[in-house]
Design a binder for this molecule. Structure first.
Ligand code: ADP
Ligand code: MG
Length: 463
């Protein structure tokens, strides 16, 4: 295999994994050699190597094979500068070791120091890594947050976390801040919401204190700004944010940003800012799945049991809640709090019946039904096709594929049966719907664009 072949394979991968993933994970790979069926790549850090291997290894292998290369394994190693020792096992980066060594003084309380005038917001005690439950929908975001929380040099700056409301963005940011305060008390860590950032800026403008404002922000080591979608459209704040951002990145200071959507999807955010925000690592928190919700509930119940030792909860109640409340974690937590308060008040075991009584309103609100028509409309809009083609006979791929996606979403998001769905799609047979559902399931696993589109559509429909 030559560098040329790798060039072609990279193009295929770009299509398969989507632009964001490509820029973050595939572009940094440097083809080294193909020997004895092993394709070797150099990676900038072990973290990237592990991640690529775990998440994209199979795809890279598949595409290499497809291009004619005889490969049965791919390997990622950190390139050693100078005389590389062939046998040198990949090691954790030095910065990680330093952070671990500092763990020895972790118990030292964070005392007031010449940085206490820092403009940050207080951190929520409950939002730590210990209390964050990891599941499939949030594992990448969690891994990235953990990595940043180790302090030291990281290969991606900024870290951009995005996802719908109540999925744990703020929780992860606070967890990073807590961890850094503990392990790296030498670092000046500032967490604040974009709204607070703006407020500070406006205040500085009014009081002629813009110089101090700039100096203050540019003296931090780690800056976290939550909910940046908020400053989109606020021109002068955007401008100042951009400058602060650039100044910090230039000094190799870590920045962590969150938003409710991807940088390019934030309306009225200047292009150069969006592209700068994308230049690091962009990870999204996916909507929770049943397993994650159940995991979170179990974790919370264990905590509650410490404060209400006598309180019993019947089997099946948590499963019921995880199944019925699928909007966001905040609502789920609220439901549980209410349930425990009620249970301890009446001094009874929490049964399924009590749950249904006590949470009737919450359950009803979570019950909002998505209709097949809404799905057809949203999917048509998304792919710029006519609604009539959704139910019409055209079989061209550009129409048939979105139609299959709409069928798949109808199966996922509504309680309609396959024959009913078929009927609503222009009287198609239930086997056609079944085929569509299977096909999209297959595609979703190998084609990131489709997976992303589905996710986006689902979010819009469930919003
Ligand atoms: P966001 O900032 O994304 O809107 P938050 O971080 O404020 O969401 O999370 C909302 C609530 O849900 C918080 O109380 C948080 O602790 C909780 N939460 C979200 N995800 C998890 C998780 N994976 N494990 C435990 N708690 C979670
Ligand atoms: Mg938040």
């Amino acid at each position: 295999m030559t560098n040329d072949t790798w060039g072609h394979v990279r193009q295929d991968l770009l299509k398969a994994v989507g632009k964001n993933n490509y820029v973050t994970w595939i572009e940094p790979l440097e083809f080294d050699a193909l020997e004895g069926g092993v394709a070797r790549f150099h990676v900038p850090t072990n973290f990237i190597g592990n991640w690529v291997s775990r998440n994209f290894g199979d795809q890279i292998l598949t595409h290499l094979t497809r291009s004619g290369a005889v490969v049965d394994r791919v390997e990622f190693k950190v390139a050693r500068s100078g005389a590389a020792h062939a046998a040198a096992a990949p090691r954790q980066s030095v910065s990680v070791a330093t952070a671990a060594a500092n763990g020895a003084v972790a118990a030292k309380p964070a005392t007031a120091r010449p940085g206490s005038e820092l403009p940050g917001a207080p951190l929520d005690k409950r939002f730590t890594f210990d209390s964050f439950v990891v599941g499939k929908p949030n594992q990448l975001a969690h891994a990235a947050a953990r990595r940043v929380a180790e302090g030291g040099q990281v290969s991606f700056n900024p870290l951009f976390l995005y996802g719908g409301v109540g999925l744990g963005k703020t929780h992860l940011m606070h967890a990073i801040a807590w961890q850094l305060q503990l392990d790296r008390p030498d670092l000046r860590v500032v967490y604040l919401s974009a709204e607070q950032f703006m407020y500070r800026f406006v205040q500085a403008l009014r009081e002629n204190g813009t110089m101090q404002f700039k100096e203050l922000f540019r003296s931090v080591d780690v800056l976290m700004v939550d909910d940046v979608q908020f400053i989109a459209g606020k021109d002068s704040t955007q401008e100042e944010f951009f400058h602060t951002f650039n100044a910090l990145v230039d000094q190799n200071k870590q920045i962590i940003i969150s938003a409710d959507r991807a940088p390019v999807e934030i309306k009225k955010l200047e292009d150069r800012i969006a592209s700068r925000l994308q230049s690091g690592l962009v990870v999204d928190l996916h909507p929770t799945d049943y397993e994650l919700r159940l995991g979170i509930l179990q974790h919370k119940v264990d905590q509650y049991k410490a404060s209400y030792p006598g309180l019993g909860i019947q089997n099946g109640v948590l499963e019921f809640l995880a199944h019925r409340i699928s909007t966001n974690v905040r609502v789920l937590e609220g439901a549980l709090t209410k349930l425990f308060a009620f249970g301890s008040l009446v001094g009874r075991e929490i049964t399924l019946e009590l749950t249904q009584d006590c949470l009737a309103d919450v359950l009803r609100a979570s019950d909002r039904k998505v209709t097949i028509e809404e799905i057809q409309r949203k999917v048509s809009e998304h792919y710029n096709m006519r609604m009539s083609d959704m139910i019409g006979p055209k079989r061209h791929r550009t129409i048939a594929r979105p139609r299959q996606m709409a069928m798949y979403l109808s199966k996922q998001l509504t309680s309609r049966s396959l024959p009913e769905i078929g009927r609503r799609f222009g009287g198609r047979d239930h086997t056609t719907v079944m085929h569509a559902v299977r096909r999209i399931e297959e595609l979703k696993a190998v084609d990131n664009q489709i997976a992303e589109d589905l996710e986006l559509l689902r979010r819009m429909l469930e919003a």
